[in-house]
Ligand binder design. Structure first.
Ligand code: IVH
Length: 713
């Protein structure tokens, strides 16, 4: 995904129309990066690039507050949960931390706090300082001292219920120790995997021919997302407690006393946590921790400072997605030097050609790196393309000694070329003009939204290109699409290479054709596994509309967009008719699609491009004969709350929050987790807190649960 910042207009020179377009683009781009990071555990940009996108978004919003979008990244954290586990709405949202990179940022952070609290120039502020663990945040809810729910962060408002898996962690007590335990107590902290456990796990995975993980964070995430808690139990995961969510009573008045209290309850807290009394001491803590970093048995990517006094934390509150009272002081990305041995081209599902650098293997931050993304032709030539990662004026040649950087758990990138070490034999790389696929189609450079030539090269073979076909089949069977158990990437390759599955519909005729194929005679298969596979395929003959739309592999139609389309049209027939009309250029159909939430030009053009290909129409037609597509529940348009943005806060007595949310959505409302001037209605129950204050501030109507029930009839 292009994240070029270099060629963009300065935020202070944007016109209002440009700003609106840019905010739309950024919302989509950041949401996609969030999805890759939080749901797939496969980020494709460095933290620095991601932060730059968020900064740009914030800067534009600061200039044009009236353009702040409902789906603005400043109003959300992370991506919506993956749908595999039950969803849990957090009683108190799980937010994110603002980052500091330079010492000056830390000084600014402390000064801001002093100003906000109106403390004099020399006022003393105590902070706790602790490592920032590179793991997954978790919220553990205890009621009457018993663990009732463990939830991932998800999008900050709603996470996934992973209670059964979390119960297998030694560091998580099932019952809180101590006599005076509050009735409701949400303990928050980080789940992580130690470096040595990660290396051992990868060895085991490799030996068993299973997926290996890129780093401890991904392996912790993968281990938590297991359907079978026994698998989680076999993966050594740790937990450090460092914060809290809803608390019916506060057992302490300071952050440091809370940490001590967590220990008395039976939790582990990070042993490096310290109380510090000045910014100088914080910076010294940062330096010392960075020195100790390599020796720690868990990955950390910075340190976190938090105002110690909880009454001050409460006064300081939050700015959009992060608290004013805490900051993450990050470490610079880890780097290593190695030799670029070769460049290979990979063809993705959408035909995008990505050059991949093959490296002399090298260790960076505890991980052995052998491949590095080279983004595109411009990046290799040193003329942009890939953000501002590569040092200016450098081009990359095969045989070069390169400096690679691994920031957090991101795919490593080349940041510099050591020119002194460039051998005479180093060859400039000529980007292929023909696709490496057997069709050898011409490679074209993609156009950008403004019609200029973009950096990304693309094979023009579409689904006739075997690489694209196979990638589409993998997507089709993947978890977020048809989710066919026993039909992973390897099996798809196996069937495709033998010509047994050439397009999605073939999956559903496999069983019928098996008299000839005799899958049970193939290596790796037996009668039971074949029976299970066919049963799993049969089970998916009935499929939800959004999954079906996503599985078609239309460019720019990810799972969230597919859901928006499914909700917008309700049935496959309605959606399909709309697609064909849009493809013909029917203006009414285009306007109708454009009016749907989250759908814009790019998606509409991609849909038209897809359905204008007779080959694709054939694939779809054959597939629809094999499956039953279930209608999506269409939100109602003629209700009192249709089109309104509603926020629930406090306790509801007649229904759970999830029920209330689902009902509001069915009746055509949008449910948001935070109150802004765009909110139409706040439904407040007992215990409502800051959202009520926000509602007053923005003049938003507040009603009780009873009034709400009356309103929706
Ligand atoms: S405090 C209101 N403390 O960093 C947010 N977070 O970028 C409170 N993290 O989602 C978070 N170590 O997953 C806090 N010692 C620490 C942390 C920590 C790691 C993670 C956490 C959070 C993310 C924020």
């Amino acid at each position: 995904m292009a994240t070029k910042l270099a060629n963009l207009i300065d935020t202070d020179k944007l016109t209002q129309a440009q700003a609106a377009a840019e905010l739309k683009r950024l919302a989509k781009l950041i949401a996609e990066h969030d999805r890759r990071y939080y749901q797939e555990d496969k980020p494709t940009v460095s933290d620095a690039e991601y932060d730059a996108l968020r900064h740009r978004n914030d800067a534009i919003e600061a200039r044009f507050p009236e353009l702040i979008r409902e789906d603005s990244p400043s109003r959300h954290v992370g991506a919506a949960p993956t749908g595999r586990f039950r969803k849990v709405r957090h009683a108190v949202p799980m937010l994110s931390l603002d980052n500091a990179f330079a010492e000056q940022d830390v000084l600014d952070f402390a000064a801001r706090i002093g100003r906000f609290l109106k403390l004099g120039e020399d006022a003393k502020i105590d902070f706790t300082a602790e490592p920032k663990i590179d793991g997954l945040s978790m919220s553990l809810r205890y009621e009457d001292g018993e663990l009732v729910t463990a939830a991932t962060r998800g999008d900050g408002a709603e996470g996934e219920d992973v209670t059964a898996n979390i119960r297998t962690l030694h560091d998580v007590p099932h019952k809180l120790r101590g006599r005076h335990v509050p009735t409701v107590c949400e303990v928050r902290g980080e789940v992580y995997m130690t470096k040595h456990a990660f290396l051992a796990l990868n060895e085991r995975q490799k030996a068993a021919g299973e997926q290996v993980f890129a780093n401890p964070r991904n392996s912790a995430a993968g281990s938590l997302r297991q359907k079978d808690p026994k698998i989680t139990a076999a993966r050594p995961l740790g937990f450090f407690a460092y914060g809290w969510g809803e608390m019916s009573e506060m057992p302490a008045k300071t952050q440091s006393a809370m940490i001590a209290w967590f220990e008395t309850c039976g939790f582990r807290t990070n042993p490096l946590t310290r109380l510090r009394h000045s910014v100088e001491e914080l910076i010294a803590f940062h330096r010392k921790t960075e020195e100790e970093r390599a020796e720690l048995d868990y990955d950390i990517d910075g340190v976190v400072y938090k105002v110690d006094r909880i009454d001050w934390q409460e006064r300081l509150g939050f700015v959009s997605r992060s608290p004013r009272w805490a900051v993450a002081h990050k470490f610079p990305a880890e780097r290593a030097m190695t030799v670029l041995k070769d460049i290979e081209i990979q063809v993705g599902r959408t035909g995008a050609l990505t050059p991949v650098g093959k490296l002399e293997p090298v260790g960076v931050g505890g991980v052995i790196v052998q491949n590095v993304t080279l983004h595109n032709e411009d990046y290799i030539k040193g003329v942009g393309g890939g953000g501002e990662v590569l040092r200016e004026g450098r081009d990359i040649r095969i045989g070069d000694t390169v400096i690679i950087q691994r920031a957090g758990d991101v795919i490593p990138q080349v940041v510099d070329v050591v020119i002194d070490k460039r051998p005479r034999s180093a060859k400039p790389y000529h980007f292929p003009t023909k696709c490496p696929c057997p069709l050898h189609t011409d490679v074209v450079r993609e156009e950008t939204a403004t019609g200029e030539e973009g950096a990304r090269a693309r094979c023009t073979g579409e689904f006739a290109c075997p690489f694209q076909k196979i990638e589409h089949l993998k997507l089709f069977a993947a978890r977020r699409a048809f989710d066919i158990e026993g039909l992973g990437e390897k099996q798809i390759e196996f069937f495709f290479e033998r010509g047994w599955v050439k397009e999605p519909a073939d999956i559903f005729t496999l069983a019928e054709r098996n008299r000839k194929i005799k899958l049970e005679d193939q290596e790796g298969y037996g009668e039971t596994s074949v029976r299970n596979l066919f049963a799993a395929i049969e089970e998916r003959r009935r499929i939800a509309l959004d999954r079906f739309i996503f599985a078609l592999g239309i460019r720019h139609v990810g799972d969230t967009t597919a859901l928006a389309l499914a909700r917008g049209y309700g049935s496959w027939e309605a959606f399909h008719d709309a697609c064909l009309a849009v493809t013909k250029g029917d203006q009414d159909a285009i306007a109708e699609m454009d009016a749907l939430d989250q759908i814009g030009d790019t998606v509409i053009q991609a849909i038209a491009a897809y359905f204008s290909e007779s080959h694709n129409r054939g694939i779809v037609e054959r597939l629809t004969k094999e499956v039953t597509i279930l209608d999506a529940e269409k939100p109602k348009r003629d209700t009192a709350i249709a089109g309104k943005t509603v926020v629930f806060t406090g306790a509801l007595e007649k229904m759970t929050r999830d029920e209330a949310k689902a009902m509001a959505e069915r009746l055509g409302a949008k449910v948001s987790g935070s109150v802004s001037k765009k909110t139409d209605l706040v439904v407040a129950g007992p215990g409502a807190g800051s959202k009520l204050t926000d509602a007053k501030k923005h003049g938003v109507k507040v009603i009780s649960e009873e009034e709400w029930l009356k309103l929706i009839g």
